[in-house]
Design a protein around this ligand. Structure first.
Ligand SMILES: [Zn+2]
Length: 271
């Protein structure tokens, strides 16, 4: 079961649901109760649960993922996805420099290829780089060789530019199943999700991004923001840039220390 793709599990459940309904319809599974109908309902519920567990950021059902640490230390990690994406990545780097705080950038291989100078700058200024696949593919819909190719190409691009392959990976949308996790584990890549998301990519307004983020932040949190827009690079990230400044200012005022994903991963979870 755990080597199965989510898509295979859902396919199997669909067959079970259909057979159950047919048996119920043919009155073959109705005594003493309408077992066919119950089985069909159970199959639909199971499909829902299996899918939910592949998309919820903190859920370790399909394998280990990291979304936050439980700690009494007042630390948080800022992460930016989908870049590098001018001019926003540079503007965010300027703000991080101004406040002397590190962050982690989960870059797309395709964008890194286009903007190697930004990738170099991220590393030169003390930030961490993570792998976010080559073209922002939904890995639940990709076969194993495609997943491997998306990850390997991106790691190679990053290593060629910076001299160091990434140690962490974030699947697009956070979507993963057992095979996705296995491909990452084979490469020694830690799967990093998040615990605080403001849906900044919908451009809901600077105040919304700031309030949603600060409202959910706590010790050991991993904050998700976006300097890019998938591979499209169409949407403005002006709101995220301004929100980043305010979030950093408020976090520092509240006594938080900002750290990279590697640093927060190295913090032992306290029970
Ligand atoms: Zn993304």
């Amino acid at each position: 079961m755990f080597d199965m793709r989510l898509i295979s599990i859902l396919g199997l459940l669909t067959v079970i649901v259909l057979i159950s309904l047919v048996l119920d319809y043919m009155r073959l599974l109705r005594r003493p109760v309408r077992l066919g109908l119950y089985l069909a309902a159970l199959g639909i519920l199971a499909g829902f649960v299996f899918t939910l567990r592949a998309v919820l950021p903190g859920d370790a059902f399909y394998g280990p993922v990291f979304s936050e640490v439980k700690t009494t230390q007042r630390i948080v990690a800022l992460t930016f996805d989908d870049g590098p994406n001018p001019p926003y990545t540079g503007q965010i780097l300027d703000i991080l420099k101004e406040y002397h705080v590190p962050a982690t950038f989960f870059v797309l291989g395709q964008n890194a290829e286009k903007h190697p100078e930004l990738v170099r700058r991220i590393v030169a200024e003390g930030h961490q780089i993570g792998n976010h696949t080559y073209s922002h593919l939904d890995l639940l819909k990709a076969d194993r060789p495609t997943i491997a190719d998306q990850v390997d190409r991106t790691s190679k691009i990053i290593a060629d530019i910076t001299g160091q392959p990434p140690r962490v990976v974030r699947p697009p949308h956070g979507f993963r199943d057992a095979v996705v996790i296995d491909v990452m584990a084979e490469r020694g890549l830690k799967v990093v999700e998040w615990s605080v998301a403001s849906r900044d990519w919908t451009n809901p307004g600077v105040d919304e991004i700031v309030n949603r983020t600060l409202g959910r932040v706590k010790n050991g949190a991993v904050i998700l923001l976006h300097d890019g827009d998938g591979v499209a690079q169409r949407a403005s990230r002006e709101q995220t840039v301004e929100a980043t400044r305010q979030i950093i200012r408020q976090l520092l005022a509240q006594g938080y220390k900002l750290v990279t994903v590697d640093e927060i991963l190295a913090t032992k979870t306290e029970d």
